[in-house]
Design a protein around this ligand. Structure first.
Ligand code: TYM
Length: 332
């Protein structure tokens, strides 16, 4: 079966609706037809300062959320990036194939380092996309399901794969991004032209999957819309309403046109109330399952150990090819 691979950072106590609709839902769906590898990107997390205890806790919480969402450990290898040294090792080799200017063009570094200035950012934040390329290429996946913000990193990954294959010998598959247009960029509820983001959104702008369901409902009811009354998808004139329509459609499986039709003459209040209800219906059982999984640490750690074993075998085989082709002596 063709492979899919993707990762998520353990940088918050909870995933949010951008993560879920932009990426994680596709992870769940793709399990049926692909051989899946899904991991928690804890090496990426430390590109900005993390409290060790909190990081450990969030890594387990991330795994619990994946399982609660429907990632099936029997089918998918669920693993933790730092437990497979091949990621960091391949990253070094790829760093040596990456131009400084090429790395500098990555917009996420520009965005993330904008606040404190480039000098305050870590070198790890700068080389972050190269580690991501290593994450991907080790598993030779066909598809990488992500949100729009990862597209540029996928392009770099393909460039590096091609460069290595050309310079040495064909080793890597060129992976395709798997980005669903409708939900590729979920926006902030309070600032609907900006991405919903763990690091940048205000608490009122972000719906966390593990929030109290009531709190999420309230955030939706107080989401920024515009001064009109018409529920209509229009990204330029009504970015807030359009974002809510996107979420509504994704949560209910109904088309945006149908939903617009339902609320003709009814105004924003009824629309937001029904969306809040749909979100509550989803997050309530999700939250219960996650908390249950977190209560059984042994079971959770068993899932991680099994997934990591499966992934490690694949990663190490690719890494051996790479090290040999680069010209390193075989380790005894
Ligand atoms: P991360 O942890 O920021 O986000 C995880 C996934 O959620 C998507 N996403 C969104 N999609 C739509 N709308 C949003 N507002 C939104 N916010 C986040 C992201 O696109 C992502 O798919 N660099 C990656 C983690 C990573 C990775 C990898 C991914 C490390 N190595 C290898 C794929 C393959 C990241 O920081 O995602």
């Amino acid at each position: 079966r063709p492979r899919v691979l993707s990762g998520i950072q353990p940088t918050a106590d909870s995933f949010h609706f951008g993560n879920y609709l932009g990426a994680l839902r596709q992870w769940v769906d793709l399990q049926a037809d692909y051989e899946p590898f899904f991991f928690i990107a804890d090496l990426h997390a430390i590109t900005v300062e993390q409290d060790p205890k909190v990081l450990r806790d969030r890594t387990r919480r991330a795994v619990a959320q994946l399982v609660a969402m429907g990632i099936d450990p029997a089918r998918s290898a669920i693993f933790v990036q730092s437990q497979i040294p091949a990621h960091a090792q391949l990253s070094w080799v790829l760093q040596c194939l990456t131009g400084f200017g090429e790395a500098r063009r990555m917009t996420q570094f520009k965005d993330k380092s904008a606040k404190g200035g480039e000098g305050a950012a870590s070198v790890g934040l700068f080389t972050y996309p190269i580690l991501q390329a290593a994450d991907i290429l080790l598993y030779r996946p066909h598809y990488v399901p992500v949100g729009e913000d990862q597209r540029q990193h996928l392009e770099l990954t393909r460039d590096l794969a091609q460069r290595f294959n050309h310079r040495y010998k064909k080793t890597f598959r060129l992976p395709e991004p798997y980005i669903l247009k409708a939900t590729a960029k979920i926006t902030d509820l309070q600032d609907p032209t900006a991405k919903m983001s763990k690091s940048a959104s205000s608490p009122a702008g972000i719906i966390e999957l593990l929030d109290e369901p009531k709190a999420s409902a309230k955030k939706i009811r107080s989401a920024v819309t515009d001064s009109g009354t018409e529920v209509r998808f229009d990204l330029d004139e009504k970015p807030g309403v359009s974002n809510l329509l996107t979420i509504f459609s994704a949560m209910t499986g109904r088309s945006i046109g149908e939903i617009e039709g339902d609320y003709v003459g009814k105004g924003y209040g009824a629309f937001k109330g029904d969306l809040a209800e749909a979100v509550v219906q989803f997050v309530t059982p999700f939250r219960d399952r996650t908390l249950e999984l977190l209560d059984d640490r042994e079971h959770l750690d068993g899932i991680i150990a099994a997934g990591t074993d499966r992934a490690r075998a694949v990663a190490e085989a690719t890494l051996r090819d790479v090290l040999d082709r680069v010209g390193f002596l075989p380790a005894s």
